[in-house]
Structure formats: C-alpha cells, structure tokens
Write a protein that binds this ligand. Sequence first.
Ligand code: ISE
Length: 343
Amino acid sequence: MNTQILHTIGIGVIGAGGMGERHVRNLANEVTSAKVVAVSDVDGERLAQVVGICKAAHALTDGYELINHPDVEAVLIAAPDRFHAALTQACLDVGKPVLCEKPLAQSATEAKRLVDAEIAGGRRLIQVGLMREYDPAHFKVKQIIDSGALGRVLAFRGVHVNVGSLTPRTIEDVIVNSAVHDLHSARWMIGDEVSRVHVDYVPYSADRPDTARLVLIQLHFRNGAVGHIECNVEAGYGYEVDVKLTAERGSAETNSLQSAVVRQHQQRGQWVEADWLQRFETAYVHEVRAWVNALRSGAPTGPSAWDGYMSLLVADACIASARSGQPVDVEAPPMAEMYRRAP
Ligand code: ISE
C-alpha cells in the first residue's frame, strides 16, 4: 500500500540538458506541490544555468549523490539513455519514486531486471517518460477508442517525423530512442500487446547498412489488430507526430499541427513545430503534474516499468527483424497484477 504525501515534495533532477531543463522549468513554474531541491550534471556550465532557473539548493555533479541526498524525496532522470537503467535501479535501492525518461533501459533484458526489482519491492516506484499519453490530441483519440463508440479497433497507424540529426543514426538507436515512443503508443492505443513485427528501413547510404534514416514497422497484435509505423529521422523540414486508429464503425486521428492555417499570396500554409519540446510542450507539463499528483496521493498512474519493458521487448524484436529482414514473433510474458491499469 503506498502512502499519501501532504507536504511540498523535494525533487532531484538528474541531467541538465534540453530535456532536464524543460522538466525543471515545468516543475518550477507549473507544479505548486513540488520543489526542485537538487540538480546534477557533469557539465558545470549547464548545471549552473539550470540551477539558476529553479534555485535548487544543491548543484551536484554525481547523479548517485543526488539520489542518496536526504532532501531528495523523488527523482527525475533526464540523463543520456545509457545511464537510465542503473540510475533507476539506484532509486529502487533506496525506495525513492522515479520518473525516468524513455527508454527505461537499453534492452528488454535490462528493463526486465528493473521490473523484477520493483515487483520484489512490492510497490510501484517507476514511471517512464512515454509522454505521448499526456498529449491532449492523443488522449482524445484514446478516449474515443476506449468508449467503444467506433467498435472494435482494426488498425493503428503512426507517423513520427524528426527534422534530422548531425550524424547518421544506427538502426538500433532509431528504434530504441525514437520508435520506442511509437511502439508504446501502438500498445497503449490498441490496448493489447504486439505479437509480431516486420521491419524495413532505408539506410543513410548503401555502404552504411547499420544506419537508418527512415524505418517502416509492420505490427500484429494478439487480438488480431494490425499496425504500421513510419519513423523518419531525417525529414529536413520539421517535427510531426500523428496517429490514426481505424475501427469497425469509423476512425479517430490526431492533427499534430496546432498553428493557424494562413492563406496569403496564393498559398495556404501552417507552421510546423521544430522538435518534440515544441510539439509536446503541453504533454510534458501534464506529465510532471500527473507524476507529482500520483506521488502525493500514493496511487501511481501513467506509463509504468512494465510499459517501459514491453516497449523495449518489441523494440528488440524490431532490431532483430531489421537485421534479418524477416518477421519476428514477440512473446509477451504475463503481466504482474500491480501493473494493471484502472479501466
Ligand atoms: C527523442 O529522444 C524523443 O524522445 C522524441 O520524443 C522523439 O521524437 C525523438 O525521435 C527522440 O530522439
């Protein structure tokens, strides 16, 4: 049984990069019942800038020191992906709740260890930053689908467009760092686990088959639904994320662009967001608010360690499929009761 917290919660944020800064700003400006008391980063200059935003009492260079600091009651991890699993485990070791940016780990095996450790501890401490669940447009689609008004869901379609990266990204990185959002989104929207994936991709160049600039993922779900994800990491023009759900009696889809439609000089246009920090601006605020509310009420919500694990199990299958060119089956293990979401 988790207990309620009534005082202002002391939060420690690990990582003062773009994502860490965004979370710090949101916690400082949009959440009244929590306070950032510590920030850590190895980059002293970034650390000073971000500490300046929230006036945290403790500026640390070591994430583990932050986790163990007595003033830190809950931890937000926005460090580079490769540190997520070990830092999250350190939070579990001292019994502190943690919101860990996605991916929860670098592989399903690593994520499973965290799930097992959390289950052994007997209570949910981990939330994973799969923030699309908090995007109002995604949430509306999910509500319509879950209402049953459109009948049984037949298909999920996800489009994920990134403006580009400075260096070619490996197929593994694209799947675990970017497409993991789409894989979770598909599971969440369909309300079931993926049973088979088939991946095809376009490398940056013919002599770099280890890289991917555009990835197509075909999905099959246990309940018979199908899915299709297009993840473009090098679009060059802006950032977009949209989903469309097709059901028996209709369909529901997001419209990522919130900007005005402007007609001028024989043209009709809309401004496209530059990156996820712009596109999911509102989602990030809702995400930390929901996390802090859950800490206060003692009733965890949102994407759990199980979601982090399952999305990586599917991601690992996608990597295997990309390498072999063949479909790969996914065997979802039975879910522990503590991860069941309220209907
Ligand atoms: C980035 O790390 C994110 O989490 C973004 O939401 C995603 O769109 C992007 O592809 C990732 O690199």
